[in-house]
Design a protein around this ligand. Structure first.
Ligand SMILES: [Fe+2]
Ligand SMILES: [Fe+2]
Length: 319
């Protein structure tokens, strides 16, 4: 039975519990000794773990442990470079007699995938521009199966079961409100952009049906979801007979949504709907990361350093 959760770990805690292995490898340190490098997870989050000084005699057992396996470990919570880490002293694969429940290890979006999908579908159906509506509905139909469980990232923001749906849903909710303030914005274009902007994460990222990602696909590493998205839109727009201007504007929204070349965008947004798409994306990612880390932070304290927030430590109010 599981008794503790990663999010509640405090430095110097001793931990004896079950975790899911997200990544595992045996490496050689600068002292020429082998060590086990792990990423462990449960439904509350994940944590890096190391088992130092691995002996050759331990290798057969360790090599038997694969990503997605449940393991029982004995470890101490340490801190390295402002981040918590586990120093493992014992590790073994869980067996059926351990009676651990898989749901304790799967991090999931807080809403039901079906409800989120229906919400997004409803918004797509309310798009007035016939071309944009056709295209958006086609994309949702073609990808429904994977959308129901896919995470939006390999780690960090929305790296959870149905995380991509949750990301898109919250961006749509914001988009509607932003369009009520900036009434010059073309609502149809903004809504379409939000629904399609990350759709090729479904092929960029590899993930199993529990929403757990093992990393990037070949195409994902070589092209990334921005360029992969342009390919999909180009093909679909051709099939659906959508005019060149609309097609190119959508493709531009896709390639510019990360804004900076170092984050994968070859162009900065060149019209308001593309600009706002970027900011909706950023707001949702930042809020996710901030509230996520605050869940594990005591009131009146600063969090661990958050890599995705430029190593800022986030403060949790006392009042
Ligand atoms: Fe993206
Ligand atoms: Fe996004």
């Amino acid at each position: 039975m599981k008794t503790s959760y990663i999010k509640q770990f405090r430095t110097d805690d001793e931990v004896i519990d079950f975790f899911m292995v997200k990544a595992i490898s045996i490496k050689t340190g600068s002292n020429k000794k082998q060590f086990l490098d792990l990423m462990l997870a449960d439904s509350s989050g994940d944590i890096t773990a190391k088992k130092w000084d691995v002996m050759d005699t331990e290798l057969p057992n360790l090599n038997d442990i694969k990503e997605g396996d449940l393991v029982k470990i004995k470890a101490n919570v340490t801190e390295w470079n402002g981040m918590k880490q586990l120093r493992v002293t014992k590790i073994r694969k869980a067996s059926p007699s351990d009676e651990v429940d898989f749901t304790d290890f799967i991090k999931a979006a807080p809403e039901k995938a079906e409800d989120m999908f229906n919400y997004i579908m409803g918004k797509a159906q309310s798009i007035k521009d016939e071309d944009l509506k056709k295209l958006t509905l086609a994309i949702l139909d073609n990808n429904k199966e994977k959308l129901m469980y896919y995470p939006a990232a390999t780690k960090n923001h929305h790296a959870e079961f149905a995380g991509l749906l949750y990301h898109v849903k919250r961006m749509l909710m914001m988009a509607e409100r932003v369009c009520q303030v900036y009434t010059n914005l073309n609502v149809d274009l903004v809504m379409t952009g939000v629904i399609i902007h990350d759709i090729e994460k479904l092929t960029e990222i590899e993930a199993n049906e529990m929403g757990i990602s093992s990393g990037y696909s070949f195409e994902g590493q070589m092209l990334g979801h921005l360029v992969q998205g342009v390919k999909v839109i180009d093909r679909l727009a051709g099939e659906l007979g959508i005019n060149k201007e609309k097609t190119i504007m959508l493709e531009h929204m896709l390639i510019s949504h990360h804004y900076e070349p170092e984050f994968g965008s070859p162009k900065k947004p060149l019209f308001p709907e593309a600009e706002i798409l970027h900011y909706l994306d950023i707001i949702d990612a930042r809020m996710y990361d901030m509230f996520e880390v605050l869940e594990a932070t005591e009131e009146g304290e600063f969090s661990d350093k958050v890599w995705t927030l430029d190593n800022r430590k986030i403060y949790k109010a006392k009042f």
